[in-house]
Design a protein around this ligand. Sequence first.
Ligand code: IPM
Ligand code: MG
Length: 351
Amino acid sequence: MSKHIVLLPGDGIGPEVMAEAVKVIKALELDITFEEKLVGGAAIDATGSPLPADTLEACKHADACLLACVGGPKWAGAAYDKRPEAGLLGLRKEMDLYANLRPAIVFDALIDASTLKPEIVRGLDILIVRELTGGVYFGQPRGITDIGNGERRGVNTQVYTTSEIRRVAAKAFELARARGGKVCSVEKSNVMESGLLWREEVTKLHAEQYTDVQLSHMYADNCAMQLLRTPSQFDVIVTDNLFGDILSDEAAMLTGSLGMLPSASLGAGRASLYEPVHGSAPDIAGQNKANPLAMILSLAMAMRYSLGAPEAADRIESAVKKTLADGVRTADIGPNPVSTAAMGDAVVARL
Ligand code: IPM
Ligand code: MG
């Protein structure tokens, strides 16, 4: 049966890395149709809204959505709901994409691109499961208010409910069953009530349904430290929206470059969203030098989780591995770099 993908190139290096994913889609010669939609700053410029209604509609009805990245200095001064990031956050919320899977895998060929010693990162395979539709990103109240005497007050609210915690924890336990069988739940229950609730609910769910999985708990600051000290101790990490944002950038660097990390955002509904962990990198946008591999690996995740084409996912991932083993590098991961387009071509040639 034919599958349909919505492509969301977004801003900055987005259109450049998306173009390489499109080359891969075409080269696979599967029964897949695709259309492009606006999101982020590109959508603000064209329509005034970071998430136009027709983009959201198309995404909700797609079999998978592939997003590159949003944001840039051009839109930085605007109100939060008029910023490119609001397009991405709106998509996550409206599509109820509560579980964000961010795998950090070290490819042997890239072992020297990591700033950590090879013996620390060799063979590394961590999966961060980040809660994506709750916490301080969406909690109310929020805002900046004038409180007189030249003073202002900025407020954001960290809030979680039982069901929000249980559904993302369940996802983490299930994923762990299919990999190393270990989940580390991360919060700050030493200072935050929402963190204490997180720990209690994860512990309860574990005892009820997942005793075959090994569960541990860690404070977020300690986790940040342990990720650098002994990253191989982790299998699946489950954590909230903000800690997940931070820890996944850190985990990405273990692998050598933020330009290598794909992610999948899964929810209760039909469509899921696949996006690289990296941002829009405005400093190198339009220069044909960004690394398209995180985007291409995000496409592989879409093939596996949403498009019923695991063999296509394997093909893409093997082609990426071969490309790296052959020494092809973009500027973020090595010397004598090739362009974005040449990296995409190199992957296509090895499919
Ligand atoms: C990410 C990004 C986003 C986030 C930004 C662009 C809103 O950093 O996906 O990790 O904070 O979630
Ligand atoms: Mg981030």
